[in-house]
Design a protein around this ligand. Sequence first.
Ligand code: UT7
Length: 371
Amino acid sequence: MSPYAHITGWGMAIPDRVLTNAELAQMVDTTDEWIVSRTGIRERRIAEDDQTTASLATEAALNAISVANLSPMDIDLIIVATSSPEHLFPATACLVQNSIGATKAGAFDLLAACTGFIYALNMASQAIATGSAKTAVVIGSETLSRLIDWQDRSTCILFGDGAGAFVLQASEEPAGLLSAVMRSDGSGADLLSLPAGGSALPTSIDTVNEGLHFISMSGREVYRFATRVMTQATEEAVKKAGLKITDIDLVVPHQANQRIIETALKNLKIPLERCVINLDRYGNTSTASIPIAACEALQDGKIRPGDRLVFVGFGSGLTWGAAVVQWSGPFPTRIRMIPGIIRFYARVRSLLLRLLRFFDSFFWDRFYNND
Ligand code: UT7
């Protein structure tokens, strides 16, 4: 029997800086009334200069590892789902691996835009089900504020920064991830994209002058696609888990637009009270929106062990997907991990590794390299 992937830890990281609709109305031709009525968003968080996708991911991961009462050395796999990676390469996940001192972990980024967290959850669960990993950390982290044209009112009102993380652990008990669906349709690739900066259109003075290094979106078309696929993906995932919609205790949707969520819930005949919505305070944080919403629901006591949840999302690609989870909570352990101590240990370890590499190349050049 394959092991199940239980969610045993969770954490989030949110920048302190708040950007309100009123402030945006001073930057572009918009109003608080327009933004609230069309999206439900009232404010969003913006990363400080010293905060990055990797640093927010690290903070969220450390909080999640601490809830699970694990040591970073227990982690076999780190997946960072992000639409705003620290660099094209190396992977943001490798920077997180170093910052938390996860000495045994493989680490990679997953790019499926706002659906990325659901894809990553499924990939980590598959690794656990096949036995290739026992413990995984899945993170959604974004600093989208760095990819936004702050003069484009159709996009700058929507997005925000933040990170959320789950720890997944293997168990023979049937719970955790019960099913997942992952879908894509690249024929809609141009509807939501970051045109320049990749190999197709490398960054140049022209791409910068034309603003091609900013997020570009056909909002209306993404809206229509989203309302359709949120409903379909939820129905498919619930059916695949052998459940009915009425068995679902709580829906944690991608937080893009209140109207998209309400339409999907109406189609699914799920009352609004059985859904987590926090986009009014954070806007659309892409891959981070589902784990942040789940963390807040946990803080508010809306999720209890045994509850059946649906995570559902959509995004650029186009991609969409859903996952059904039976909630577990932390496994019993005797150790208590403190994020500050883990971070300190990881910094010392990283420094020692750099020193070792320095001495290694020093001696190599002097004694072994005859070129
Ligand atoms: O993770 C996935 C990320 N993307 C999404 O989730 C996007 C999904 N789409 C949406 O959420 C909505 O389409 C938007 C919120 C982006 C736009 O709402 P809408 O009701 O679809 O508006 P629209 O694009 O059809 O624009 C209606 C009008 C236009 O003016 P005209 O042409 O009718 O005169 C826009 O120029 O609203 C105008 N407009 C604005 N007005 C004030 C567009 N943005 C703004 C704005 N403030 N910020």
